[in-house]
Design a protein around this ligand. Structure first.
Ligand code: HEM
Length: 510
């Protein structure tokens, strides 16, 4: 018996082994195979590894772009980000095409190449399956635009002022008079953002706000190259993202349920979405997405602008003069402290009268918002990348454009690392030297939907900070003054808190 069974076992074993190997090879090919680039696509970069493609795109973004642009005769190049075929573009022709062409999908580009917002728990909503990414991104932008329109901002202004003041009162009460603006100012921005595009209940509950902020930051920090390249691959960071997203979902769901079950109503963005009849999944996807769109850029830039002002006496004094002069215009009682006079400034002036703060923000964004914009060619055909048509963006390929192409160009912005708001004064107008020479709020078809609100909150934070405090200095953790600010981290893929922290030391203004 044993002699006849033995060969059968061996055959079965061989079949199982071969079958297993075949399945693994097919699975590997399915998961890791990459579409090839046509011959007339821009040249492939040398900076690439087998299978995973150009990992440098994730780890040293601006250096990767600089090398690839220099190595390519046209300044455009091809590479793989994991499985995704990407065309890196630079120069005026490609820039215009990138920002202006309706064939370049914003939503599809970011959905694949930016693992920002966490996945939202599935809800039962059969219509979702039919909705494409581009539709969702325009649905999202429309809702957000309605929340940051003039009348909404006007209605929300007293709350923004009150939130900013409560936070600054707390800073004023700190005995040490030292703060990390990437914590304290960042948190103010989170509260203002939560109030304006999400939920009043959370904005007004400090403990819940802090919980949401810590889930938000956990999700944000868990966005790794692997999660973008191979989203299906289980990893600790994916688990953290999913956990953080789930916690945010639970918090928002509890509030939506309470309002629905108890017939409660609030005057806030969440209620607006509920009244539109959006599904719970859509509501939560929206608010989480809006927090992600709004928080990082605004929070990081608001912290940096105060650091730059504290480090630059000339601009600090000029901006303070501007704040005083706007306050004087709307409140003639000069016996009141500046912070009280600012309370009388109307929304129109908050939006339009802080021209110097606006210049400061403009150069802060240029220096401190590194990274890349993404699109996808959804036209269904190849698109010429120059007038002669000798180079193309293949159909279904992704596009990446690094903002450093203009923002760090010394031909446009001499000494580009230097923060210098006077670059934009009429006599220098460095941003106008070429079309699309500054892109801090986006260009063409997808300008920033939150720009108006972002500028308003920035004006409020800067004006009140300067009204509350003077003798503001940049210091290290121990309070020792810092003479040179750390360099901008240009290789980051988006605005991020700096690795080397600096702090603000302040005295409460008399
Ligand atoms: C200093 C703060 C901010 C900066 C520098 C900034 C920058 C930008 C840029 C450059 C884009 C275009 C990206 C591209 O073309 O690929 C953009 C788009 C967008 N931003 Fe902002 N942003 C800021 C604040 C905000 C805030 C506070 C919100 C919302 C509350 C927001 C919501 C959006 C949305 C929804 C889009 C996409 C618009 C569309 O789909 O057409 N942003 N932003």
């Amino acid at each position: 018996m044993s002699t006849s069974i033995q060969p059968q076992i061996t055959e079965v074993t061989i079949a199982v082994v071969f079958g297993g190997v075949a399945v693994l090879v097919s699975l590997f090919a399915y998961l890791f195979s990459k579409p090839s680039f046509p011959e007339n696509a821009p040249p492939l970069t040398k900076d690439a590894y087998p299978i995973i493609g150009s990992f440098q795109f994730f780890t040293e973004r601006w250096d990767f772009f600089k090398r690839a642009i220099t190595d390519s005769p046209t300044g455009n190049f091809s590479f793989y980000a994991g499985k995704h075929p990407v065309i890196g573009v630079s120069g005026p022709y490609a820039r215009k095409l990138f920002f202006d062409s309706k064939d370049m999908s914003f939503g599809d580009g970011y959905a694949a190449l930016l693992a920002g917002a966490p996945p939202v728990k599935e809800d039962i909503n059969p219509s979702d399956a039919d909705r494409n990414v581009e539709d969702f991104s325009s649905h999202f932008a429309k809702r957000l635009t309605n929340m940051v329109k003039g009348p909404q901002l006007k209605k929300g202004l007293p709350y923004l002022l009150q939130d900013a003041r409560k936070n600054l009162d707390q800073l004023a009460a700190e005995p040490e008079g030292i703060t990390d603006p990437f914590d304290s100012i960042y948190r103010i921005v989170f509260q203002l953002t939560m109030r304006t595009v999400a939920c009043k209940d959370i904005a007004e509950d400090p403990a819940l706000l802090d919980q949401c902020l810590s889930h938000f930051e956990a999700v944000e920090m868990a966005s790794t190259p692997w999660a973008i390249m191979y989203p299906w691959m289980p990893s600790l960071s994916q688990a953290k993202r999913t956990y953080g997203g789930a916690q945010l979902y639970i918090i928002f769901k509890r509030i939506v349920d309470a309002r629905q079950n108890e017939g409660l109503r609030e005057d806030d963005p969440l209620q607006y979405l509920m009244d539109l009849g959006d599904s719970i999944k859509d509501i939560i996807t929206f608010v989480i997405g809006a927090l992600f769109a709004g928080q990082l850029n605004s929070g990081i830039n608001a912290a940096w602008i105060l650091i730059y002002l504290a480090h630059n006496r000339y601009w600090f004094d000029r901006v303070r003069e501007e704040v005083i002069s706007v306050a004087d215009r709307y409140c003639s009682d000069s016996s009141l402290p500046l912070k009280e006079r600012l309370m009388q400034v109307p929304i129109e002036a908050w939006e339009n009268d802080f021209e110097l703060i606006d210049l400061c923000l403009k150069d802060t964004i240029r220096v401190q918002t590194p990274g890349t914009a993404f699109r996808k060619n959804i036209s269904g055909h190849d698109i010429p990348l120059n007038k002669q048509g000798t180079e193309v963006i293949p159909k279904d390929a992704y596009l990446a454009y690094a903002v450093g192409d203009v923002h760090y160009d010394p031909a446009l912005y001499p000494d580009p690392e230097k923060w210098d708001p006077s670059r934009y004064l009429p006599e220098r107008a460095e941003d106008k030297k070429i079309p699309y020479g500054w892109m801090g709020w986006g260009l063409g078809r997808h300008p920033c939907a939150g720009q108006r609100f972002a500028k308003l909150e920035n004006n409020v934070i800067v004006a009140f900070f300067l009204a509350y405090f003077d003798d503001v200095k940049v210091v290290d953790k121990t309070g020792k003054p810092i003479s040179k600010l750390p360099s901008a981290e240009r290789n980051n893929s988006s605005a991020q808190k700096p690795t080397k922290r600096v702090y603000l030391k302040y005295k409460v203004a008399a």
